[in-house]
Design a protein around this ligand. Sequence first.
Ligand code: F0G
Length: 485
Amino acid sequence: MPPEEVPLPLEPYKIKAVEMLHRPSAAEREAALRRSGYNLFNLTSEEVFIDLLTDSGTSAMSDHQWAALMTGDESYAGSRNFLDFERTVQDLTGFPFVLPAHQGRAAENLLFSTMVRPGQMVPNNMHFDTTQAHVLRQGAKPVNLAVREAYDVRAELPFKGNMDTARLEGTLRTEGKNVPLVMMTLTNNTGGGQPASLANLREVSRISHAHHVPFYLDMCRWAENAYFIHEREEGMGSRSIAEIGRAIFDLADGATMSAKKDGLVNMGGFIATRDASLVPRLKELLITFEGFPTYGGLARRDLSAMAVGLREATELAYLEHRIGQVRYVASLLDQDGIPFMRPPGGHGLYLDAHAFLPHLGPDELPGQALAVEIYREGAVRTCEVGGVMFGSEKPEPGSPPPLELVRLAFPRRVYTASHYHYVAEVVRRVWKRRASVGGMEMVEAPERLRHFLAKFGPASKKGDRGHGTPSPSPPELQSRGRSNA
Ligand code: F0G
């Protein structure tokens, strides 16, 4: 089948401030890899040309957000910025109780410390690593109940972020009393940025509530999820992103949010709930760990930037361009048959490292090897989402084989179409010399949150395959469709 023709994503903004980039030479890239222990989290930003490590806290703020920063009323308690922020979250979500936190994992700490006890289990479509770490920290067990297709990189389906509702029903029937909450992550970050449908969310809500279990959302990328519903779910095309968002939130009892994603800020988050009985305990923890409930670890001006960002994230022109950028890069890679999680996700494109480097076994960390190689080729920083991030957790018996992905996360409103042409070219160059790419091994392996903290080296086990030869300088930008052969 010929690759789908995807339009050039036309930026719906113009640029007001610029930040110059440095393109490191091959020798600088090689030295940076050695210095960082082959862990791309240890690179300095000056060692990186295009940074697709994460879409979290890396957005460009709008002129309206910068203007909002100047309206900061830095009162310790009862600041008008908090009231503005609180009203915005209440309007968008319908949740009456809103507590700011400095980022998503702080909100997770509040929620799980309040609701989860040792020995319990928490079902999710797929836990993100910090969510998983917080469940484990409470002595509880995180259980991933995503539909089976979520693990099938090639399945071209609209809602691979869905939860398997039969398994949820089964789990709650046998373990219901031991389940303090059910959670859905929108979109499913560790499963390729795939969305859940409104129909599936409705069913998850119904089943959870039938078993008297509260239903919470990890709403980091809720606007992107709502965009996919708008585009793909029957009857939703005429509804706005905010309306669809509200339909989603109406099904849930509360949510945690990292506003570093669909809040379009560099730092911020919150927890919101309908459950008044949780609020005193949440506030107590908030004051202990974050700050007074009207600032929650943030400057008051940041609360207003977050309020503006949360609304901007619901604009259709913004979302069309954003998700269009991911699709555009996917279409460029498709021209060479480069394997990635299909369909392209909301906040990134996830390369399938098993299929990209089929000569490497799981113990040779193909995801890490591919991420390193993409950096080596063109100073593009990506992130492994596979054996390194999740490998220390034992898979459930009978569960599908784990995913081995390399995420190209797209920062919001930061890079242009020509930057993404360059990225596609770098990945294509690695693809062309993929047979010569060697594996990696972990030389320092902490028990948890390994992908942030581990150190690696070229794998020694399988002999002298060695690493591929990087190009002496990063590739020049090439026009779409031009053959590189
Ligand atoms: N939940 C999901 C689904 C996330 O993707 C993240 C962060 C968090 C919670 C935690 O939020 O970083 O504000 O504390 N994801 C980032 C990423 C780190 O790169 O995907 P946080």
